[in-house]
Design a binder for this molecule. Structure first.
Ligand code: FPP
Length: 252
């Protein structure tokens, strides 16, 4: 499978909805929380593979704001994974920096402290940026952006007519990263569950049935090959895109 990858067209930014941990565990007669542990182990594998492929940004949905409504023991298990099971060698060995996006202040203080220390400990790495969205909700992010901009208008810091798409992007939690090129969702559901709604306006989507703990290197290659076989048009026609590509070749 790897030989089919075009190493010159690896997506710069891959976002992933890591779904199916609970079902993976229940299929094995295990509690759902074992699925999350297996999911974290797989996240470490996929981070290494992405970094080796030259992906620049990997942004994964680790916990939605809505996930706080899950049974308390499951929420605690997910928080416990952050506190005890992230292997920092992953970042040190791969020159990967760690980041968090979301309404971090809703997390228990111990989890906030741990995440902050992971961010600080990996800040010097200039390879791939690995970001967990936790606790994240795209609608909440856009509400926050609206309030920030409304306040600026109210205080006379900006005019309503100066609000552009960039104004929104610059105020998102993700304002420092480019929009995802490829959004992958594992676990068989075909929806985006309040994830990066603004940022994925022109992302390519890839859905697969396999549960997140089973999403192997080969599955990732399949997703990237599918992405590479698509033509991204951003609202233009096929003829325009082809003419632009030809012009680029001629200018080289
Ligand atoms: C969705 O599967 C997955 C989650 C809600 C959590 C994802 C977390 C990890 C992969 C582990 C890493 C975790 C942290 C906190 C860093 P699901 O539980 O909805 O599975 P199901 O659809 O089969 O029930």
């Amino acid at each position: 499978m790897k030989e089919l990858l075009d190493m010159n067209r690896i997506p710069q930014h891959i976002a992933i909805i890591m779904d199916g941990n609970g079902r993976w565990a229940m299929d094995r007669g295990l509690d759902r929380t074992f699925g999350h542990k297996a999911g974290l182990d797989n996240l470490e594998q996929v981070t290494t593979v992405c970094s080796n492929l030259g992906v620049k940004y990997l942004t994964v949905y680790a916990f939605s704001i809505e996930n706080f409504n899950r049974p308390a023991y499951e929420v605690e298990a997910l928080m416990g994974l952050v506190l005890s099971f992230f292997k920092m060698q992953l970042f040190h060995n791969n020159n990967v920096s760690f980041h968090v996006v979301g309404d971090v202040e809703r997390l228990p203080q111990s989890v906030q402290d741990k995440l902050r220390s992971m961010v600080e400990e990996t800040a010097m790495y200039d390879g791939m940026a690995m970001t967990i969205a936790m606790p994240y909700s795209s609608k909440q992010e856009l509400v926050n952006v609206s309030k920030t901009i409304a306040r600026k208008v109210q205080n006379g810091e900006m005019n309503i007519d100066d609000i552009t798409e960039d104004t929104i992007s610059e105020n998102l939690w993700t304002n420092w990263m480019p929009d995802p090129d490829l959004l992958i969702r594992t676990g068989g559901e075909v929806r985006i569950s309040n994830y990066l709604l603004w940022q994925c306006a022109y992302s390519e989507f890839y859905f697969c049935d396999c549960y997140w703990p089973d999403f192997s290197e080969e599955e990732l290659h399949k997703a990237i090959i599918s992405y590479q076989n698509r033509q991204r048009r951003f609202g233009k026609t096929e003829a325009q895109i082809e003419a632009e590509a030809e012009e680029e070749v001629n200018n080289k």
